[in-house]
Design a protein around this ligand. Structure first.
Ligand code: DQQ
Length: 559
């Protein structure tokens, strides 16, 4: 069994020990950030019936103190698990948690419950109470007991009523994946709308819906506030759904109608509005069950997502922990109005210690590899690549459009090309036997160019029988308009490699388990395996300090 000292992340969020999955109820309240999460206090595996809400607090979204679990499966309305949900700050600054209670009633029954702080004056909100009147939303007759869950943050509609969305399969075991809307005057009595927010027949079951407003270009994000509601022309919405049978999160930008509470996705021609599995993804790598919140202290929307392990369960148990959260990411609408952009919250930069600048203006020729000295396994690397000539780019095949991952699988980092593959090799052993490649390829497409981004894990570890895919997504930019440049930022954190391509338009998170990481240093390289020349017009790299993540319990300075 592997003890994995070398792969435990140093600044990604994880509990001191045991299993975590979905982020739950993120919020900013009275100067404190809260993150709750699906947590199994009994060990490093999932355990449906044991799930509690872990609870941590922070001043900066980087350093976290652990508190006692906020919700445990102890009530008749949640005795088989406190499953995912969200936080809403009610008038008077009272936070409410809404979550799914899983009940063992001979057969499984899922219901929606509320919980409130035991003492709203406690600045840390340590203890939570579940009113005896729960569940506030029982299982509807047309929904199977195991398919009704994951309430969103509530928002207020034009009629002054609260609304939440809940994922459900409607119409029996082969029903339709639906996002139902419930409305309430008092946060206690909820009534279902006749129309769902959105349905996707092809998707099977969706989970963890997230609906949030995004400002049109030029409009200040802060105007949108905490809740979703306003129907002014300056607002569009993003709907994200987590699709169970692909274990992926998909989102679309679209129009939310705040009179009838429906969402109409606005998607490109190659995608299908009715099949959310063709939508864009926040992350083309290994994340699921993402959830955002509005951070009123900095007028920004912040997204969390769960990146689970892909090592064996035996190794998870030996290490005593499993599952991390991505770094919190700021999310906003791109100028093109079609996609969101994501960027690590600026507070991550407080961890930057030793700064390394190298390769400025350097050229990387075909087959070239340049080492970035002194960054290692805990690093933040920002690069801008410039391609002097796109003339030689290979021709793009239209049937590749919907399967960038396949394109990356067939054309890994070691497959030479014309414009690309070029990018970074990270978590690389000294002899380069082990490495994880993050790279771009540029293709000619309809008189323009198409940029592919990949994270190739095939050489990430020398261990056999490991999950070593090549992840891929297109980067939706006009590379000529950008002066034939493309940017890449990669956060390296031992077993987490989290990359932001094209200014955060395409993100790929990967989990890697290199053997060398147990007792040897890891390195970072720039590489080019295309025949065309690539210039590194900017390269900055920092070692990142270790954050204080849940290593202290209950102690938290209010200064
Ligand atoms: N995880 C939770 C569910 C949710 C699923 C249970 C998504 O509420 O649907 O741990 O990962």
């Amino acid at each position: 069994a592997r003890h994995g000292v070398g792969i435990r992340p140093a600044y990604h969020f994880l509990p001191a020990k045991n299993w975590q999955n979905d982020p739950n109820g993120p919020m900013y309240h009275n100067g404190v950030y809260h993150l709750f999460y699906q947590y199994n206090p009994l060990g490093a595996t999932w355990g449906a019936g044991n799930l509690s809400w872990g609870h941590s607090i922070s001043r900066d979204l980087v350093n976290w103190a652990a508190l006692d679990t906020a919700l445990d499966p102890t009530a008749p309305f949640d005795n088989n698990g406190c499953w995912s949900g969200s936080a809403t700050i009610l008038p008077g600054s009272i936070p409410a948690l809404m979550y799914t209670g899983r009940i063992d009633a001979g057969k499984e029954v899922q219901v929606q419950n509320v919980a409130f702080p035991k003492n709203p004056a406690d600045p840390l909100l340590r203890e939570w109470v579940k009113p005896a009147y729960n569940p506030v939303i029982p299982l509807p007759a047309d929904v199977p007991g195991d398919n009704f869950r994951d309430p969103t943050t509530a928002w207020v509609g034009r009629d002054g009523l609260w609304r939440i969305a809940v994922a459900a399969k409607v119409g029996g075991p082969n029903g339709i994946a639906s996002t139902l809307i419930y409305r309430s005057k008092d946060f206690r009595h909820w009534k279902r709308n006749a129309l769902p927010l959105y349905t996707s027949r092809a998707a099977g079951m969706v989970e963890c819906p997230d609906l949030f407003p995004v400002a049109e270009p030029g409009v200040e994000e802060g105007r949108l506030g905490y809740a979703s509601g306003p129907a002014s022309g300056a607002v569009r919405h993003v709907l994200k759904l987590s699709v169970m049978n692909t274990t992926q999160d998909y989102y679309a930008v679209g129009r939310y109608d705040d009179v009838v509470d429906t969402f109409v996705p606005e998607v490109d021609a190659e995608r299908n509005a009715d099949d959310c599995r063709t939508w864009r993804r926040f992350d083309y790598g290994h994340v699921y069950a993402s959830k955002s919140f509005f951070d009123s202290s900095k007028n920004r929307r912040v997204l969390w997502a769960w990146a689970n392990e892909s090592d064996s369960q035996d190794n998870d148990i030996a290490r005593g922990w499993s599952g991390v959260q991505t770094v919190p990411r700021k999310v906003w609408l791109d100028e093109d109005g079609k996609q969101v952009r994501q960027w690590p919250i600026e507070e991550i930069e407080t961890l930057r210690s030793k700064r390394v600048v190298g390769l400025l203006g350097a050229q990387v020729n075909a087959g070239g590899v340049n080492k970035i000295i002194g960054v290692g396994a805990q690093a933040d690397v920002e690069a801008i690549f410039e391609i002097p000539s796109l003339e030689e780019a290979e021709t793009f095949q239209p049937n590749w459009l919907l399967d960038p991952q396949k394109l990356c699988e067939e054309n890994g980092a070691s497959v030479p090309g014309r414009v690309g593959p070029f990018g970074l090799l990270v978590m690389a052993s000294s002899n380069m036997q082990e490495h994880t490649a993050i790279f771009f390829r540029v293709f000619r497409h309809n008189q323009k160019y198409k940029v592919l981004m990949c994270t190739d894990l095939t050489r990430s570890t020398g261990r056999d029988n490991m999950y070593k895919p090549s992840y891929g997504g297109f980067v939706d930019i006009d590379i000529e308009q950008q002066g034939r440049t493309i940017s890449l930022r990669t956060l390296i954190d031992h077993s987490v490699v989290e990359s932001f391509g094209g200014g955060g338009r395409t993100c790929i998170t990967a989990r890697v388990y290199p053997e060398h990481a147990e007792n040897k240093n890891s390195h970072v390289f720039v590489f080019n395996n295309g025949t065309g020349l690539v210039k590194v017009s900017k390269l900055e790299a920092w070692r990142l300090a270790m954050a204080s993540v849940n290593v202290v319990h209950g102690h938290f300075s209010l200064k």
